[in-house]
Design a protein around this ligand. Sequence first.
Ligand SMILES: [Zn+2]
Length: 254
Amino acid sequence: MPSRSSAVAALLGLSHELGREGRMLAILGEGNASARVSPGTFLVKASGSNLATLGRECLTECRMEGLLALLGKRNLGDSDVTAALLASRVDPRARIPSVEAVFHAWLLTLPGVQFVGHTHPVAVNGLLCSRWARSFSERRLFPDEIVCCGEASVFVPYTDPGHRLARAIRRETTRFIERRGQAPRVILLANHGLIAIGSTPQAVLAGTLMAEKAAHIFTGAASTGASPRFLSGRQVTRISGRPDEHYRRKALGL
Ligand SMILES: [Zn+2]
């Protein structure tokens, strides 16, 4: 695990990249990012703060335990979730963490995951608000998409943000891992946005940017009127397993 100060610097750097003006991944208070800083705690963006200009004071350190316990409960009210978010803070003077801190906590328990980035990218959301949402998540169009976003992304049907969404993300991601025997790099939320996970900030940024590029390409392919021409399952597996792509992933810090 990296030192606390290097994790803070890496998380702020990732947040600024995700919020960069012109990329159209997140504007105003949209999106959030997190990093694991100790076996039982993580840092996450405080509610309502801006990714592009995030400062140290806008990061809240949370204990994972209380937030993970919420996932075992059904039908919690908003006030129960707010109370748990406030109680999870290591420093009671810190700002309230984002309501999405619950899914950050769970994703950071997956093997090898140290960083999580959640955004609302324009082109990705264009597809996630369309009939193509599931195809965009589960099919692949070009090799670099496989290198940065994995063989497929998790698809999560629309649900209420916060506690219910965190439960849906856990359910769909667990199914994905059981079916494929590997963790995803990207999770797509219908009518909402994208989550990228990884062991480094570079992996999270690469998954996010490449998914956004893939969405532009998908939209271009679909605008011809016919279905986009997807790579076959065999082609996807071949790219994913190629030794040169493995080295490229390593060189890119993915
Ligand atoms: Zn969101």
